[in-house]
Each structure stands twice: as structure tokens, then as C-alpha cells.
Design a protein around this ligand. Structure first.
Ligand SMILES: [Zn+2]
Length: 411
């Protein structure tokens, strides 16, 4: 064997195990493997997870916070306006350089798979897409990357955007994006969704849209997305991010939509922290949390993920980016505090995200891809509580990052 990670703690198992790696695959998992390896790592009872996943990240906008004017209203519309000023003059190399900085930080935090969103539309053309395609190339040995061709200014609102989205896919983007709630009317939102499905069918691609990302209780794009997914037999191939309007829906209507989302097999990416920051800015008190109805969706068996949507950009000034922090934020906002609920929060940035991305070789078992992270904590609970250093990060069986933290309380 090339590598053995000794004394690893896997989720849901009491006995410590060794993990053997050969080439880019996990070759053996079991207690006290007798084999010897070229390199042996002592996990000493630390939690070992499959590589963490960030399924929703606007890497083209990341770190604009270092150079932008402040978002005074704190709202999405002002964030969109600020970003547009940069987009007019984007250079792919500059976009790639910012994206690479954030991706490197994410890898050091144990992320080995990213789904990046690039703004495609008549303001920025294909410049953001080309920047992220370049970043993917530069980061290929550190992480796997999918890129969403994403119409940030809408499709009906931005004539020409659909053609550019198609062009971005031809250049290498591999997911069809969408932003139906941003259209001016319900009818346009439905047309927007129809156009995205036609594009996805044409190229045989999955769909990842930002849906009902508003406090408006009348926003109806999730309902139509669910119907469309069922009618097109696209179950299991559609992810909807945010869906914060669910917090404003009437309870009876929400129950109907939750059931439809379940029937359509749509994954909901909650991204709770960004909504907590941007939503309900027009509310007095009590202020809504503006996040999807996580517990109701879980009760219906809906696949739930969460992700680091933004890293220091016009929408959100924070973001390390660290999937464990995102999982912890989800646990806070959705009130997932019981032991089995903490497991659900961890699922959101691991197995649930893998399911949404339809990764067939994800997990810690023989034959699976050797993307692994040794977390400096003995349990899921402690990993979420402390978000400790990721002691070792492996991608395709190669160690790609290492972290440690030294703290001393002085006398
Ligand atoms: Zn987003």
C-alpha cells in the first residue's frame, strides 16, 4: 500500500480503523490492517471524513470585499449593483487569481470538491466563466470543480443571457444555473425555468438554481421548479439553493411545496448564514430568519445541503471558507442540536452534497476515491463545536494540505 492512516475514527463506529490507500483509491478499511505502507499516518483517534464538499460558491466574486465600496443597505439588489461595476471590467486572469486564493483556503479546510457559480450575462459576458475555467485548471491537483453557467441578471430580464449561458457550457461549464425568482413576473420566472430545462436536456446536464431567494411570501419559483422537475423526469438532478421565501410562506402553502420538493427529488441547499445576513432587511420586529424550512424538509425526506456561498464579497463579508463552519451555522439557524441532528448537519457538507452532485465514488470504503480529511477532533460534535485544524487532507490519494494549531495557556 502507498499510505495507511492508522487509528481513524469513522462516523457511527466505536472501533478505530486503519484506512489503506493505493493510487487514487481506498484499498482497505479495517481494524489494525496487517499490511505495511510506504507512509503511515497516526490519526490517534481523530475523526476521518471523506473530502468535504462546497456545493455552492460564487468564486468569481470572492474577495471583491477587499476593494469594493460597502453594501450600505446590506441587501441582495445592492450587492448585485456593486458586482456589476466590477463585472464590466473583469479580466479572466484576475478572476482566476481571486478564485484560486479562496479555493486554496477551502482545500486547506478539507474541501476536495467545489461547485462554482460564474455569472453569465450581457454585462460581464463570458469573462467570469473563463476566469473560473482557468481557476479549475490551476487547481486540478487539489480539488475537483464543477462550474455552473449562472444567469445572475436573469434570462428574460437580460436578453442575450440564454445564448451566453449556452456558450459558457460549450466552453466547459458543466451545470445549468438559474435565478427564476429575480424575473419581474411569475410568468417570466416560469419561462426562465423552462429555458434552463431545455438547455439541460440539450447538453444532458444537471441543474442548480437559486430559488425564491427573497422575503416575498408570494415568490412561486420553487413550486414551479418542482412541477417542472417531475414533468421532465429530472428527479435527483436538480438542486435549489436558498429558498428563503419558505420562511414567509403561509404554513399550508409551505406544506404543499415541501411535499412537492420531496416528490420531485430536489436537493435544497440552505446556505443559512448568507440568508441570515441578507434576508429580512426590510422587516421591523420580529425579524424573519429568512431560511428554508429545514426541519419540515428533513421530515419529508428531502436531501439537505449547505455551502459557503460567498467569501468576502458584496453579498457577505465573511467566509473562511470552511464547510465545518457552514455545517455549524446550519445547525444554529435550523436549530439542529440533538446528537442525531448534528449528524444531519455534518451530512449536509459530506454525503448529502455528494448525493446532489451524483458522485458515485464518495465515502470511506474500499474502491472509493481517496479524498479524505483527518479532522483534529474525535467526533462530529467536537468537529462542529471547535472546527479544528484539518490535520491532513488527501485528494486522489495524494496529501494536498496539512494543518496544525499550537495554543498554550501561560502561567
Ligand atoms: Zn448563491
Amino acid at each position: 500500500m502507498n499510505i495507511i492512516i492508522r487509528s481513524a475514527r469513522l462516523r457511527g463506529q466505536h472501533q478505530l480503523v486503519d484506512i489503506g490507500i493505493d493510487g487514487d483509491r481506498i484499498s482497505a478499511v479495517g481494524p489494525k490492517l496487517p499490511a505495511k505502507a510506504t507512509r503511515e499516518i497516526d490519526a490517534a483517534g481523530s475523526l476521518v471524513l471523506p473530502g468535504l464538499i462546497n456545493l455552492h460558491f460564487h468564486a468569481d466574486k470572492c474577495l471583491l470585499g477587499e476593494i469594493m465600496r460597502p453594501n450600505v443597505s446590506g441587501t441582495l439588489p445592492e450587492a448585485i449593483e456593486i458586482t456589476n461595476d466590477f463585472k464590466r471590467n473583469y479580466e479572466p486572469a484576475e478572476v482566476a487569481a481571486r478564485a484560486v486564493r479562496a479555493l486554496e483556503a477551502g482545500v486547506m479546510n478539507g474541501t476536495t470538491f467545489f461547485r462554482l457559480f460564474c455569472d453569465v450575462g450581457t454585462i460581464g459576458g463570458l469573462r467570469a466563466a473563463r476566469g473560473l475555467l482557468l481557476a479549475r485548471e490551476k487547481m486540478a491537483k487539489y480539488c475537483r470543480v464543477q462550474i455552473v453557467s449562472f444567469p445572475q441578471e436573469g434570462i428574460i430580464r437580460d436578453p442575450g443571457a440564454a445564448e451566453l449561458m449556452d456558450e459558457a457550457i460549450k466552453e466547459g461549464c458543466d451545470i445549468v444555473g438559474g435565478l427564476p425568482w429575480y424575473e419581474y413576473t411569475d410568468e417570466d420566472a416560469r419561462r426562465h425555468i423552462d429555458i434552463c430545462f431545455a438547455m439541460a436536456r440539450k447538453h444532458d446536464l444537471d441543474i442548480h438554481m437559486l430559488v425564491d431567494d427573497t422575503d416575498d411570501p408570494n415568490s412561486r419559483s420553487l413550486e414551479y421548479l418542482a412541477v417542472k422537475t417531475m414533468r421532465e423526469n429530472y428527479q435527483g438532478r436538480v438542486t435549489a439553493s436558498h429558498c428563503g421565501a419558505m420562511a414567509a410562506y403561509d404554513d399550508v402553502y409551505a406544506a404543499k411545496v415541501v411535499d412537492m420538493v420531496g416528490a420531485a427529488g430536489i436537493t435544497i441547499s440552505v446556505n443559512a448564514h448568507i440568508n441570515l445576513t441578507c434576508s429580512a432587511r426590510l422587516d421591523r420586529e420580529p425579524r424573519r430568519r429568512g431560511i428554508a424550512r429545514v426541519k419540515e424538509l428533513l421530515a419529508r425526506g428531502v436531501n439537505i445541503t449547505t455551502a459557503q456561498d460567498d467569501v468576502n464579497d458584496p453579498y457577505y463579508p465573511f467566509g473562511k471558507p470552511d464547510p465545518l463552519e457552514c455545517a455549524s451555522m446550519l445547525a444554529h439557524v435550523a436549530q439542529l442540536t440533538l446528537p442525531h441532528e448534528l449528524e444531519t448537519a455534518m451530512d449536509a457538507v459530506t454525503v448529502n452534497s455528494a448525493k446532489a452532485a451524483r458522485l458515485t465514488d464518495y465515502g470511506i470504503a474500499p474502491g472509493m476515491r481517496a479524498d479524505l480529511v483527518v479532522v483534529g477532533a474525535p467526533s462530529v460534535h467536537e468537529a462542529l463545536r471547535l472546527q479544528p485544524p484539518r490535520r491532513h487532507v488527501f485528494k486522489d490519494g495524494r496529501e494536498v494540505a496539512r494543518s496544525s494549531l499550537s495554543q498554550t495557556l501561560l502561567a
